[in-house]
Design a protein around this ligand. Structure first.
Ligand code: HEC
Length: 210
Protein backbone atom coordinates (compact mmCIF):
# COMPACT_ATOMS: atom_id res chain seq x y z
CA UNK A 1 0.00 0.00 0.00
CA UNK A 2 1.35 3.43 -0.84
CA UNK A 3 2.68 5.11 2.27
CA UNK A 4 1.06 8.38 1.15
CA UNK A 5 -2.41 6.87 1.56
CA UNK A 6 -1.66 5.58 5.02
CA UNK A 7 -0.12 8.90 6.05
CA UNK A 8 -3.06 10.84 4.63
CA UNK A 9 -5.36 8.61 6.64
CA UNK A 10 -3.49 9.13 9.89
CA UNK A 11 -3.24 12.90 9.39
CA UNK A 12 -6.91 13.31 8.45
CA UNK A 13 -8.06 11.15 11.36
CA UNK A 14 -5.92 13.18 13.74
CA UNK A 15 -7.28 16.49 12.44
CA UNK A 16 -10.82 15.13 12.56
CA UNK A 17 -10.29 14.08 16.15
CA UNK A 18 -8.89 17.51 17.06
CA UNK A 19 -11.90 19.30 15.58
CA UNK A 20 -14.23 17.01 17.50
CA UNK A 21 -12.32 17.46 20.69
CA UNK A 22 -12.55 21.25 20.44
CA UNK A 23 -16.25 21.09 19.60
CA UNK A 24 -16.98 18.80 22.52
CA UNK A 25 -15.04 20.99 24.93
CA UNK A 26 -16.96 24.06 23.74
CA UNK A 27 -20.25 22.22 24.12
CA UNK A 28 -19.37 20.98 27.60
CA UNK A 29 -18.30 24.48 28.62
CA UNK A 30 -21.67 25.84 27.45
CA UNK A 31 -19.94 28.13 24.99
CA UNK A 32 -22.71 27.87 22.45
CA UNK A 33 -21.65 31.03 20.62
CA UNK A 34 -18.08 29.87 20.44
CA UNK A 35 -19.23 26.48 19.26
CA UNK A 36 -21.37 27.98 16.52
CA UNK A 37 -18.48 30.18 15.40
CA UNK A 38 -16.00 27.31 15.43
CA UNK A 39 -18.39 24.98 13.62
CA UNK A 40 -18.87 27.56 10.89
CA UNK A 41 -15.15 28.19 10.62
CA UNK A 42 -14.21 24.53 10.22
CA UNK A 43 -17.18 23.55 8.09
CA UNK A 44 -15.32 23.30 4.77
CA UNK A 45 -12.03 21.93 6.14
CA UNK A 46 -14.01 19.39 8.15
CA UNK A 47 -15.82 18.24 5.03
CA UNK A 48 -12.53 17.78 3.19
CA UNK A 49 -10.88 16.08 6.15
CA UNK A 50 -13.72 13.64 6.78
CA UNK A 51 -13.96 12.79 3.08
CA UNK A 52 -10.21 12.10 2.97
CA UNK A 53 -10.40 10.07 6.13
CA UNK A 54 -13.27 7.94 4.86
CA UNK A 55 -11.90 7.42 1.34
CA UNK A 56 -8.41 6.48 2.54
CA UNK A 57 -9.98 4.28 5.22
CA UNK A 58 -12.14 2.39 2.74
CA UNK A 59 -9.21 2.06 0.34
CA UNK A 60 -7.00 0.63 3.06
CA UNK A 61 -9.75 -1.74 4.13
CA UNK A 62 -10.02 -3.05 0.58
CA UNK A 63 -6.27 -3.56 0.36
CA UNK A 64 -5.78 -5.11 3.74
CA UNK A 65 -8.94 -7.14 4.11
CA UNK A 66 -10.87 -7.29 7.33
CA UNK A 67 -9.70 -8.42 10.71
CA UNK A 68 -11.91 -8.63 13.79
CA UNK A 69 -10.24 -5.57 15.24
CA UNK A 70 -10.77 -3.65 12.03
CA UNK A 71 -14.45 -4.55 11.90
CA UNK A 72 -14.91 -3.28 15.46
CA UNK A 73 -13.01 -0.15 14.55
CA UNK A 74 -15.04 0.58 11.45
CA UNK A 75 -18.30 -0.06 13.34
CA UNK A 76 -17.22 2.36 16.05
CA UNK A 77 -16.51 5.04 13.46
CA UNK A 78 -19.83 4.52 11.69
CA UNK A 79 -21.81 4.53 14.94
CA UNK A 80 -20.02 7.65 16.13
CA UNK A 81 -21.04 9.72 13.09
CA UNK A 82 -24.85 9.78 13.60
CA UNK A 83 -24.35 10.04 17.36
CA UNK A 84 -22.15 13.08 16.82
CA UNK A 85 -24.50 14.72 14.35
CA UNK A 86 -27.52 14.32 16.61
CA UNK A 87 -25.49 15.15 19.71
CA UNK A 88 -24.29 18.47 18.37
CA UNK A 89 -27.59 19.36 16.74
CA UNK A 90 -29.46 18.88 20.03
CA UNK A 91 -26.55 20.13 22.13
CA UNK A 92 -26.71 16.81 23.93
CA UNK A 93 -23.51 16.57 25.95
CA UNK A 94 -23.77 12.87 26.66
CA UNK A 95 -24.10 12.02 22.99
CA UNK A 96 -21.28 14.37 22.04
CA UNK A 97 -18.95 12.81 24.60
CA UNK A 98 -20.04 9.32 23.59
CA UNK A 99 -19.25 9.95 19.94
CA UNK A 100 -15.90 11.43 20.86
CA UNK A 101 -15.11 8.38 22.98
CA UNK A 102 -16.05 6.09 20.09
CA UNK A 103 -13.74 7.93 17.73
CA UNK A 104 -10.89 8.03 20.25
CA UNK A 105 -11.48 4.35 20.97
CA UNK A 106 -11.23 3.38 17.33
CA UNK A 107 -8.12 5.52 16.98
CA UNK A 108 -6.66 3.68 19.98
CA UNK A 109 -7.48 0.34 18.36
CA UNK A 110 -5.51 1.41 15.30
CA UNK A 111 -2.51 2.16 17.48
CA UNK A 112 -2.89 -1.14 19.30
CA UNK A 113 -2.75 -2.89 15.98
CA UNK A 114 0.77 -1.59 15.60
CA UNK A 115 2.34 -2.47 18.89
CA UNK A 116 0.75 -5.81 19.52
CA UNK A 117 3.87 -7.85 18.81
CA UNK A 118 5.04 -9.81 21.78
CA UNK A 119 8.04 -12.08 22.07
CA UNK A 120 7.07 -15.65 21.25
CA UNK A 121 8.99 -18.80 21.87
CA UNK A 122 10.47 -20.38 18.78
CA UNK A 123 11.34 -24.07 18.86
CA UNK A 124 14.97 -24.20 20.01
CA UNK A 125 15.52 -27.40 18.03
CA UNK A 126 15.39 -25.40 14.82
CA UNK A 127 16.74 -22.04 16.01
CA UNK A 128 20.20 -23.27 16.97
CA UNK A 129 22.34 -21.85 14.20
CA UNK A 130 25.46 -23.69 15.37
CA UNK A 131 23.83 -27.11 15.04
CA UNK A 132 25.24 -29.20 12.21
CA UNK A 133 21.78 -29.74 10.76
CA UNK A 134 20.69 -26.11 11.03
CA UNK A 135 18.18 -25.38 8.30
CA UNK A 136 17.40 -21.71 7.79
CA UNK A 137 14.07 -22.44 6.11
CA UNK A 138 12.91 -24.69 8.95
CA UNK A 139 13.96 -22.02 11.42
CA UNK A 140 12.06 -19.48 9.35
CA UNK A 141 8.98 -21.64 9.29
CA UNK A 142 8.82 -21.80 13.06
CA UNK A 143 9.31 -18.03 13.30
CA UNK A 144 6.54 -17.67 10.73
CA UNK A 145 4.17 -19.91 12.70
CA UNK A 146 4.79 -17.92 15.86
CA UNK A 147 4.61 -14.39 14.46
CA UNK A 148 3.11 -14.24 11.00
CA UNK A 149 0.59 -17.01 10.56
CA UNK A 150 -2.14 -15.22 12.48
CA UNK A 151 -2.34 -12.65 9.69
CA UNK A 152 -0.86 -14.36 6.65
CA UNK A 153 -2.36 -17.77 7.16
CA UNK A 154 -0.83 -21.19 7.01
CA UNK A 155 1.45 -21.43 3.99
CA UNK A 156 1.13 -17.69 3.33
CA UNK A 157 -2.17 -17.91 1.50
CA UNK A 158 -3.87 -15.15 3.39
CA UNK A 159 -5.24 -15.39 6.87
CA UNK A 160 -7.21 -12.79 8.70
CA UNK A 161 -6.04 -9.61 7.07
CA UNK A 162 -2.53 -10.11 5.77
CA UNK A 163 -1.81 -10.20 2.06
CA UNK A 164 -1.26 -13.48 0.18
CA UNK A 165 2.47 -14.05 0.39
CA UNK A 166 2.48 -16.76 -2.27
CA UNK A 167 1.48 -14.06 -4.77
CA UNK A 168 3.93 -11.45 -3.55
CA UNK A 169 5.97 -9.78 -6.28
CA UNK A 170 8.08 -7.96 -3.78
CA UNK A 171 11.86 -7.97 -4.10
CA UNK A 172 13.96 -9.67 -1.48
CA UNK A 173 15.21 -6.35 -0.11
CA UNK A 174 11.73 -4.88 0.02
CA UNK A 175 10.49 -7.91 1.93
CA UNK A 176 13.24 -7.62 4.50
CA UNK A 177 12.42 -3.96 4.89
CA UNK A 178 8.71 -4.77 5.30
CA UNK A 179 9.36 -7.43 7.93
CA UNK A 180 11.59 -5.06 9.88
CA UNK A 181 9.44 -1.95 9.68
CA UNK A 182 5.93 -3.17 8.87
CA UNK A 183 3.34 -1.17 6.92
CA UNK A 184 -0.24 -0.14 7.62
CA UNK A 185 -1.63 -2.75 9.98
CA UNK A 186 1.40 -5.02 9.77
CA UNK A 187 3.69 -4.34 12.71
CA UNK A 188 7.45 -4.05 12.29
CA UNK A 189 9.46 -6.90 13.77
CA UNK A 190 12.88 -5.34 14.11
CA UNK A 191 12.50 -5.01 17.87
CA UNK A 192 11.29 -8.55 18.56
CA UNK A 193 13.19 -10.60 16.01
CA UNK A 194 16.96 -10.70 15.76
CA UNK A 195 18.80 -10.44 12.44
CA UNK A 196 19.03 -14.23 12.08
CA UNK A 197 15.32 -14.73 12.75
CA UNK A 198 14.44 -12.03 10.22
CA UNK A 199 16.68 -13.63 7.59
CA UNK A 200 15.23 -17.04 8.39
CA UNK A 201 11.59 -15.97 8.16
CA UNK A 202 12.41 -14.13 4.97
CA UNK A 203 14.03 -17.30 3.55
CA UNK A 204 10.90 -19.26 4.47
CA UNK A 205 8.59 -16.64 2.90
CA UNK A 206 10.68 -16.86 -0.30
CA UNK A 207 9.89 -20.57 -0.51
CA UNK A 208 6.15 -19.85 -0.40
CA UNK A 209 6.22 -18.01 -3.70
CA UNK A 210 4.31 -19.77 -6.40
C1 HEC B 1 -1.09 -8.01 12.23
C2 HEC B 1 -1.10 -8.73 10.99
C3 HEC B 1 0.22 -9.10 10.36
C4 HEC B 1 1.26 -9.81 10.92
C5 HEC B 1 1.38 -10.37 12.33
C6 HEC B 1 2.24 -9.94 9.88
N1 HEC B 1 1.81 -9.32 8.74
FE1 HEC B 1 2.83 -9.21 6.99
N2 HEC B 1 1.38 -8.01 6.23
C7 HEC B 1 0.21 -7.66 6.86
C8 HEC B 1 -0.50 -6.71 6.05
C9 HEC B 1 -1.82 -6.06 6.39
C10 HEC B 1 0.28 -6.51 4.88
C11 HEC B 1 -0.01 -5.57 3.74
C12 HEC B 1 0.65 -4.29 4.13
C13 HEC B 1 0.68 -3.30 3.02
O1 HEC B 1 1.40 -3.53 2.05
O2 HEC B 1 0.01 -2.31 3.13
C14 HEC B 1 1.46 -7.35 5.03
C15 HEC B 1 2.47 -7.45 4.08
C16 HEC B 1 3.54 -8.30 4.16
C17 HEC B 1 4.54 -8.47 3.14
C18 HEC B 1 4.56 -7.77 1.80
C19 HEC B 1 3.87 -8.62 0.77
C20 HEC B 1 3.62 -7.85 -0.51
O3 HEC B 1 3.95 -8.39 -1.57
O4 HEC B 1 3.10 -6.74 -0.45
C21 HEC B 1 5.43 -9.39 3.59
C22 HEC B 1 6.66 -9.91 2.88
C23 HEC B 1 5.00 -9.78 4.91
N3 HEC B 1 3.84 -9.11 5.22
C24 HEC B 1 5.66 -10.70 5.71
C25 HEC B 1 5.33 -10.93 7.04
C26 HEC B 1 6.14 -11.74 7.92
C27 HEC B 1 7.39 -12.49 7.53
C28 HEC B 1 5.53 -11.69 9.15
C29 HEC B 1 6.01 -12.33 10.45
C30 HEC B 1 7.36 -12.01 10.87
C31 HEC B 1 4.34 -10.87 9.01
N4 HEC B 1 4.26 -10.43 7.73
C32 HEC B 1 3.43 -10.62 10.03
C33 HEC B 1 -0.20 -8.09 8.09
C34 HEC B 1 0.58 -8.79 8.99
Amino acid sequence: MPKAIFNTHVISVTLFLLIYLIKTVLLLANKSQGLAKFTKMVKVPEMIISTLFLITGVYMLMQVGTTKLLVIKVCMVFVSIPVAIIGFKKSNKIMAVLSLLLIIGSYGLAEMNHIRVEKQTVDSAVSNTTAANYDIVKHGESVYTAYCQSCHGSGGTNGAGGVDLTMSQMSHEAKLERIKNGASSMPGFKDVLNEQEINAVDAYVETLKK
